[in-house]
Design a protein around this ligand. Structure first.
Ligand code: BG6
Ligand code: MG
Length: 219
């Protein structure tokens, strides 16, 4: 019996990847190279600093730790400008209905995101109040696939990992959920998310109760 549903933010509830891409591409252009959408795929679910390191690798550029801090801050400043313009219309189709269905089923709802901007995004989308617990990049030190972000949510709400289900669009996030001893539902491409207990294309037209019934008896 599931008692807690933990949701990744970027790619599950909202498509912020396009804004991350816009900002990273702008930074790459300033540094004198083109950063493609394909390269951007590698940044999904990855921390801000690790994303910058991948970008610099792509551009064949080396920077000192101090310069990296400055570049990451610069990218984030642009990113925050973009996401500050967001509103409820950017909630991915079906996500709000799905969150509400889970709540109505008596399940607690948590956010498990690597982003340090997660609270700002939830506020812009008008979703903050729906969450019983928000664990984001400002409170965890280890990035997915480390299970810390999901384990913390279960700990805060005092729910056994075996009663939790994680919704994730990134391979590293599925691994994190499994390592936390939780059920995992991949949201997106089954070829990428094959380690998940179940995979759905999106939250649109998905039923929370139906998915819970289809989970195996043990995570
Ligand atoms: C994840 C995104 O949710 O958050 C990554 O999928 C991003 O692409 C990471 O790099 C960190 O986000 P932020 O907002 O703290 O820079
Ligand atoms: Mg994601």
């Amino acid at each position: 019996m599931i008692e807690l549903a933990i949701f990744d933010l970027d790619g599950v509830i909202v498509d912020t990847a396009k804004y991350h891409y816009k900002a990273w591409k702008r930074l790459a252009a300033e540094l004198g190279f083109f950063f493609s959408e394909e390269h951007n795929e590698r940044l999904k679910g990855v921390s801000r600093m690790r994303s910058l390191e991948i970008l610099l690798e792509v551009g064949g550029i080396e920077k000192s730790p101090e310069e990296k801090e400055k570049l990451a801050a610069r990218k984030n400043q642009w990113y925050v400008e973009y996401i500050t313009q967001m509103d409820e219309s950017e909630i991915l189709p079906g996500a709000l209905a799905f969150l509400r269905e889970a709540k109505a089923a008596g399940v607690k709802i948590a956010l498990g995101s690597a982003s340090k901007n997660a609270r700002l995004i939830l506020d812009r989308l008008g979703l903050t109040e729906l969450f019983d617990c928000i664990i984001d990049g400002t409170v965890v030190s280890k990035a997915k696939p480390d299970p810390e972000v999901f384990a913390r949510a279960a700990e805060v709400l005092d729910i056994a990992p075996s009663k939790c289900v994680v919704f994730e669009d990134a391979f590293a996030g599925i691994e994190a959920g499994r390592r936390a001893g939780m059920y995992t539902v991949g949201v997106g491409d089954p070829e990428i998310l094959h380690e998940a207990h179940l995979v759905i294309p999106s939250l649109n037209d998905a039923s929370f109760t139906d998915l819970c019934n289809r989970l195996p008896s043990n995570p």
